[in-house]
Write a protein that binds this ligand. Structure first.
Ligand SMILES: Nc1nc2c(ncn2[C@@H]2O[C@H](COP(=O)(O)OP(=O)(O)OP(=O)(O)O)[C@@H](O)[C@H]2O)c(=O)[nH]1
Ligand SMILES: [Mg+2]
Length: 452
């Protein structure tokens, strides 16, 4: 434990040193499960590696970019760039696998100097650091603001409402029937934990719901033992409940506290509390396709996640040692699934969905940029139709995506865009920039305001 702490301390010290010289940029890529984080990061490295060929070639400051090095040595848990590339370049092409653990991306960029003074100073370098992690973990951040009794109340109200009530079925009755003050039965607790995990999985797959807590029940990550994850919400419990040692309450409350203070807080402190910029990736199309409950759950999830970050201006001291996010890019992802003319509408619907949170962020003085993105474009346009390959099928289909409203209706009821399961485009190669929408705009935004 002391070794891990020392390592963490050393890394933080190195980062602070980089920060003080202005050569370090930490970008938080934030997105729920399947938002498109891994594909985005893969495409970002690919665009940078091929900066001389793609849209970046003529775009400042990348027109001065001399060299790009994706670092692996000395990086603990490096991002599986090569695995993601192998999937995308396979025949037939596949999307990168869903993420099961944390990984780190470090990219060193070296720029030709600008102007006379720059020439005297020599080449400018910038280290870009990004993290990838399972989106499920993000859903735990709101737990940092609640205690166990509060969480039980919240779960009770979620399970009282559809579609969770039907999905939970008899599990809800079993959890409600437990008297928190009674001695707990370890075997029953294990059974209930397994059922809660299965319930979370079905919420996601059957109803497209986003808020599935605790997220680590679905993807534990390394270093997490099953005992750490043996607790459930006691639906008869509340903020005022208590129980003697050995009771259901004492058991579940203790494990919840450990989960929150060790796993969730550790993840947040190490990875999110020191960000310079944030890219919030949101798959808006899938919940629009799944329907009103999925959109409403996504709204709740995004609002809760955004509340967890520190936005806005900070004092000089804070800027050095506790920087806050001063730029936020909010991006509807995978917009290649609709026609170019509809892409802005998808972005608008996303901004409508979280309009209150965005006003808060803007009010804190943060510059917000909205960009509808596609990290890897799977479709091409032919007239007013799209042409693409489908997962598990050969050849091509020509289709017209359903309509996208100009604004999201207040009751969140929309006619779904009727999505198809697209496969990535063929013949992707590491040494060619992948086709995309607006990755160049996003990269330029990331570096804006940095003196390089
Ligand atoms: N058409 C299209 N689909 C995409 C794009 N990016 C991602 N996808 C699809 O979205 C799925 C999820 O993308 P990932 O990059 O794995 O998402 P993630 O946020 O890393 O998900 P987790 O690792 O599960 O948290 C992929 O398997 C693709 O099916 C894109 O640019 N265009
Ligand atoms: Mg991923």
């Amino acid at each position: 434990m002391a070794g891990v702490k020392n390592q963490r301390w050393l890394r933080q010290a190195r980062e602070q040193a980089g920060r003080l010289t202005g050569h370090h940029l930490r970008v938080g890529v934030t997105g729920l499960s399947a938002a498109g984080k891994t594909t985005f990061i893969t495409s970002l490295i690919n665009q940078l590696e091929n900066h001389r060929r793609g849209l970046l070639a003529r775009r400042p400051p990348f027109d001065r970019l001399e060299s790009v090095r994706w670092q692996r040595d000395g990086v603990d848990q490096p991002f599986g760039y090569l695995d993601s590339l192998a999937a995308l370049a396979s025949e037939p092409a596949e999307w990168p696998a869903s993420t099961t653990d944390l990984s780190r991306v470090v990219i060193d960029l070296r720029f030709r100097p600008q102007g006379l003074l720059g020439k005297v100073q020599g080449a400018r370098s910038l280290r870009l650091e990004i993290l990838d992690y399972p989106g499920e973990w993000l859903l735990d951040l709101p737990l940092l603001r609640v205690d166990y009794g509060h969480w039980c109340e919240q779960m009770r109200s979620w399970l009282d409402a559809e579609p969770r009530r039907s999905i939970a079925g008899p599990l809800r009755d079993r959890l409600l029937a437990i008297d928190p003050a009674q001695p707990h039965d370890p075997q029953e607790l294990n059974e209930l934990t397994a059922q809660w995990t299965d319930f979370l999985r079905r919420c996601r797959t059957q109803a497209g719901l986003a808020r599935n807590q605790p997220g680590r029940f679905l993807l534990p990550g390394s270093g997490v033992s099953p005992e750490m994850l043996a607790f459930v919400p006691l639906l008869a419990g509340n903020r005022h409940a208590s129980g003697p040692a050995g009771s259901w309450w004492a058991q579940c409350e203790g494990r919840f506290r450990y989960y929150r203070d060790y796993l969730v807080k550790g993840f947040f402190d190490e990875h999110f509390s020191r960000l310079d910029r944030q890219v919030l990736l949101v798959d808006m199309l899938a919940p629009m396709d799944a329907g009103q409950p999925a959109l409403s759950d996504l709204k709740g999830a995004l609002e809760a996640v955004m509340e967890s970050f520190r936005y806005g201006p900070s004092s000089f001291f804070e800027r050095l040692f506790k920087p806050r996010i001063n730029r936020l890019a909010i991006c509807a992802t995978k917009v290649d699934q609709v026609t170019p003319g509809q892409q802005r509408a998808v972005q608008q619907c996303l901004e409508d969905l979280i309009t209150d949170s965005l006003s808060e962020v803007r009010h804190g003085g943060v510059s917000v940029r909205g960009l509808p993105l596609s990290a890897v474009r799977a479709t091409r346009q032919e007239g007013d139709a799209l042409v693409a390959g489908l997962v598990g099928r050969q050849g091509w289909v020509r289709y017209q995506p359903g309509t996208i409203p100009e604004h999201l209706p207040l009751d969140l009821t929309v006619d779904g865009p009727e999505l198809l399961k697209l496969r990535p485009p063929p013949s992707l190669h590491r040494s060619e920039p992948f086709p995309h929408y607006r990755m160049d705009d996003l990269l330029a935004w990331m570096l804006e305001g940095r003196s390089i």
